[in-house]
Design a protein around this ligand. Structure first.
Ligand SMILES: Cc1cc2nc3c(=O)[nH]c(=O)nc-3n(C[C@H](O)[C@H](O)[C@H](O)COP(=O)(O)OP(=O)(O)OC[C@H]3O[C@@H](n4cnc5c(N)ncnc54)[C@H](O)[C@@H]3O)c2cc1C
Length: 476
């Protein structure tokens, strides 16, 4: 059996970016495996922001260009006012309004606006298109679908890790996934009880298998961190309805005039409180919404249809949303109601203090903070497998690309047979990335987007303005 230098488990954006970064740095004996039976259209739209794009560019300029070409960059129309100045208001933007309908913030969407502010742009891209753009830059034989990793077994005396997979199995139910897998298998145990179909050997394994990571579960089992193997409910969830038709004219006018103002989408926030609503106008007379709020885990259990409408209304009422917004929610067709709880792998349990009071922290605030490990022996976790979190600051993939850059740089400069050097590399990775992730998770759970202009400005500078070259040098 061939021994790969690196096997990456998971061909999501972070696993693929890591593989591309390794290849670019001369490590070509690599394999990426993914559980999907065949690569297919799944997932949501992902915003790639300056930090993620800078990291991707440093990983592999070709990957950066491919993603930029495939994604939507919302160019600013070349328009001038009557003094011949460029009219800034022509840049498409995402508007945030308070309950009174006043604009409290707007985020430009165009690549150029972000580039001017932070030295790099912004790209919106469907998850599947991002995966495809990255995957196509790797030789096809190095990316294998239909290989679900079910175990990773360290063989210290041999200096490699065995990666066990099953093939030709139906999708496992994934309660933490952002999208529903097709034809899920109800009994998840049925997979682990199947015999191993295929094994690989690797000197190093990168676990990039997303928030419901198998690699994480395997390396945490029987350790002090076993309680952190599975994702934890973050305390926040979304209640969603995307098709409310036949809205009375009067209600439609109120929504338009107070909040949408000719736009198709707006976020309505209730001051410093937890609840906010993304209001969307679809075709004429059809509206949709996403209510983001702090819901207890118990309140979500088994809820659908009218029970979800009731729960959404309760949170809107508690946070003083106007009656006509509540009227819109009351009109939601029961069969179109959805809920999406958000999960997290905390980078440090010190974040428990920042979690909403409705979350379910495992530990009391008096306990010494625990930093769940991101590595063990020759295995390291990246992306959502290490620190998956809710989407509110649009940083999951962006932070994952920063992980990929750190890991590709460290592995490329590593004596791969030297256990001590590997341990040192993983330590450097954690020392570099963990403080950023602690900050990022705190900002996500208490979204700074709704806070003061000053806090928001300092967040933007801290997250987007960094130059990665000195960071890379610091790793070497
Ligand atoms: C609605 C929504 C909007 C979002 N918007 C943004 C945004 O605007 N910006 C942003 O940066 N992030 C955003 N995110 C978060 C982002 O999608 C994730 O952070 C990102 O996809 C994580 O990448 P990953 O490669 O670590 O994991 P994933 O994207 O989850 O990929 C993991 C891969 O591993 C595979 N896999 C899983 N288990 C196994 C196994 N056992 N064996 C083999 N393969 C396996 C999966 O099939 C998958 O291909 C959003 C998330 C949601 C839900």
């Amino acid at each position: 059996m061939e021994i790969y230098d690196v096997v990456v488990v998971g061909a999501g954006p972070v696993g693929l970016a890591t593989a591309l970064g390794l290849q670019k740095r001369g490590i070509k004996n690599i394999l990426v495996i993914d559980q999907t039976r065949a690569f297919r259209q799944v997932g949501h739209t992902v915003d790639l922001l300056p930090n993620g794009l800078k990291a991707l560019k440093s990983l592999d300029n070709q990957a950066y260009e491919a993603v930029k070409q495939t994604g939507m960059t919302f160019s600013t129309p070349p328009s001038t006012d009557n003094q011949g100045q460029k009219a800034a208001s022509n840049s498409p933007e995402w508007v945030y309004r308070n309950l009174q309908g006043e604009k409290i913030r707007s985020i430009p969407l165009s690549f150029d606006s972000w580039f001017a502010n932070y030295g790099e742009g912004r790209v919106s891209i469907a998850w599947y298109k991002l995966q495809t753009a990255l995957r196509q830059l790797l030789p096809p034989e190095q990316v294998k679908a239909n290989h679900r990793c079910i175990s990773v077994v360290e063989q210290p005396e041999m200096g490699w890790v065995r990666v066990d997979c099953v093939c030709d199995v139906e999708s496992e139910e994934n309660p933490y996934a952002h999208w529903q897998e097709m034809t899920p298998v109800k009994n998840t145990d049925s997979v682990s009880s199947q015999s191993v179909s295929k094994s690989f050997r690797a000197k190093l394994v990168v676990g990039a298998d997303g928030i419901n990571s198998t690699v994480r579960r395997v390396i945490y089992q029987d350790t002090l961190h076993a309680a952190f193997a599975k994702p934890e409910y973050s305390g926040f969830a979304a209640i969603i309805c995307m098709g409310i038709d036949n809205i009375p004219q009067e209600l439609s006018t109120q929504l338009e005039e107070k909040y949408l103002n000719g736009g198709r989408i707006v976020t309505i926030v209730s001051g410093t409180k937890d609840t906010r609503m993304i209001l969307v106008r679809r075709e004429a007379g059809t509206f949709g919404y996403i209510i983001h709020g702090a819901f207890t885990w118990e309140s979500l259990q088994g809820k659908s249809g009218s029970a979800l409408i009731k729960l959404g209304l309760k949170s809107l009422k508690a946070d003083d949303f106007p009656d006509f917004i509540q009227e819109l929610v009351r009109m939601s067709p029961e069969e179109k109601m959805q809920q999406r709880p958000y999960y997290i792998h905390r980078a440090s349990t010190s974040n428990a203090l920042q979690l909403s009071s409705t979350a379910t922290p495992n530990l009391s605030s008096e306990t010494e903070p625990i930093e769940p490990a991101w590595s063990q022996g020759r295995i390291v976790l990246v992306g959502d497998a290490a620190h998956g979190m809710p989407t509110f600051m649009a940083q999951g993939t962006n932070q994952g690309f920063e992980d990929a850059l750190a890991i590709a740089t460290l592995i490329a400069n590593l004596q791969i047979n030297d256990n001590q050097a590997i341990a040192t590399a993983w330590k450097k990775y954690s020392q570099l990335r963990r403080p950023s992730m602690i900050y990022m998770q705190q900002a996500t759970l208490n979204p700074l987007i709704y806070s003061s202009q000053e806090d928001f400005h300092s967040y933007n500078q801290r997250v987007y303005s960094r130059d990665f070259e000195p960071i890379i040098e610091g790793l070497l």
